[in-house]
Design a protein. Sequence first.
Length: 105
Amino acid sequence: MDKFHENIRRVRERLGYSQDVMADLMGIERSTYSNFELGKTRLFAKSMTRFAKAIGLTEEEILLDGSQLTAGYLQSGVLEDRLEAVESKIDAISDKLDAILKKRP
């Protein structure tokens, strides 16, 4: 499994989602989603858009622009940079949620 596919799993786990939940959010079969995480299937542009929406980002935040696509698949360096940014955003959102939950009686 390469770093990109490992990061897909890590993002899902940070959100507390099962593979079933991610698959449902993306409108795909769980086995298809599992194959993304295992690196057996690539996340092409359409699937990447669904993944972005499932984790609460816009298509632009994940895909950047058309110049970053190579045969429908983001270049690995761009993917790693974007996934690091996604992880940072998830951490920030998680921190905000923790703060909100601590304020509740």
